[in-house]
Design a protein around this ligand. Structure first.
Ligand SMILES: Cc1ncc(COP(=O)(O)O)c(C=O)c1O
Length: 362
């Protein structure tokens, strides 16, 4: 068996220890004679798995008691609609900070339900997303029902180095590619959501952390399944949840706890990112257009000065066991996603490969 270092933006690598444990438990979970994938979500065994995963996530992120943790489906893309449906409660108006491709999608979905004020458009002028604006450059409106932003834009590798200050408005964040990567003050937020397939577990699960006071005032016509309260009132078991993905997420949370929790993981993540950016910045062969203070520690896009070498880079990297490095089709070049489960040795191997490739082709 040969495992590779998979730099995919998602679905992404899972910790090997987690996959091994899941494999061991696949046919018989703790003497039940069945796989977790075969369990009733209402049985006591599965309920214990679900509750433990939630408790571990609460502990890892220090989630205050006045927040519900929802284990949903539909991906972060469904949240682009659920957020306005649940939070357009006053003026049906919201402020959106636009720093990349996913924020753009969130905006176009929110516009179906109300008015969107783009409080900053980081692509204005250049057409490219390469930085997160400063607090002073945000044009927030007085009558917004909430403020939405994307702390880490997965495609462009643009990250906010600060939490926007939005007064008494609920702050909503798409944390899909940054959740669990570093410490976070959850109390600064109204809603935090994330698709699981990057730092949480396999695809099919979407985690949503919602402050209690934001539940129960959906806009007219909101489907029952799109109402946060439906899931909050039923411990995310109103319908059949993504049981197996939830279980695997629970194993990932245990893995993180065993490694010292988020603070310890954040130190590893910072080190991995520093090594990779240093490799990019150390020569003219590679480049990254993102302002240094806005650089993501999870998604590192980079280009080769000579794009004609892209194909050779990708195929030689693959031969060296470094896969899924092709950048998103909208930006081109390369992208190395280095989520929690990417071992530091994987980044070291990539850095060594990049130096060697540059030497041979530079
Ligand atoms: C920041 C961000 N938001 C939203 C999405 C869409 O997520 P999903 O595919 O779970 O709907 C992604 C997917 O990569 C993402 O990176």
């Amino acid at each position: 068996m040969q495992r590779v270092y998979n730099f995919s933006a998602g679905p992404a690598m899972l910790p090997e220890e987690v996959l091994k444990q899941a494999a061991e438990e696949m046919l018989d979970w703790r003497g039940t004679g069945m796989s977790v994938a075969e369990m009733s979500h209402r049985g006591k065994e599965y309920m214990s798995i679900a509750a433990e995963a939630e408790a571990d996530l609460r502990e890892l992120m220090a989630i205050p008691a006045n927040y519900k943790v929802l284990f949903l489906q539909g991906g972060a893309s469904s949240q682009f609609a659920m957020v306005p449906m649940n939070l357009f409660r006053g003026h049906k108006k919201a402020d959106y900070l636009l720093t990349g491709s996913w924020g753009k999608k969130a905006i176009s979905e929110a516009k179906r339900y109300g008015t969107v004020n783009v409080a900053c458009d980081a692509s204005a002028g250049s057409g490219k997303f390469t930085f997160a604006p400063k607090q002073g450059d945000l044009s927030l409106s007085a009558d917004a029902d909430y403020v939405h932003y994307t702390p880490n834009e997965t495609i462009e590798g643009v990250s906010f180095p600060y939490i926007p200050e939005v007064g008494d408005k609920p702050l909503v964040a798409d944390f899909s590619s940054a959740i669990l990567s570093g410490s976070l003050d959850v109390s600064r937020y109204g809603v935090i959501y994330a698709g699981a397939q990057k730092n949480i577990g396999p695809a099919g699960l979407t985690i949503c952390i919602v402050r209690d006071d934001l539940l129960g005032q959906t806009i007219a016509g909101t489907p029952t399944m799109f109402d946060y309260k439906t899931h909050a009132d039923n411990e995310s078991m109103y319908n059949t949840p993504a049981t197996y993905a939830w279980y695997l997420a629970g194993l990932v949370f245990k893995w993180l706890k065993e490694r010292g929790g988020i603070a310890a993981q954040a130190a590893v993540n910072t080190r991995k990112a520093e090594k990779l950016y240093a490799a990019i910045d150390s020569n003219d062969f590679y480049g990254n257009p993102v302002e240094v203070s806005s650089r993501s520690i999870m998604n590192v896009p980079f280009t080769l000065a000579d794009a004609a070498l892209d194909a050779a880079f990708l195929s030689e990297a693959k031969a060296a066991g470094l896969v899924t490095l092709k950048g998103h089709r909208s930006v081109g070049g390369m992208r190395a996603s280095i989520y929690n489960a990417m071992p530091e040795a994987g980044v070291d191997a990539l850095v060594a490969f990049m130096a060697n490739f540059a030497k041979r082709h530079g």
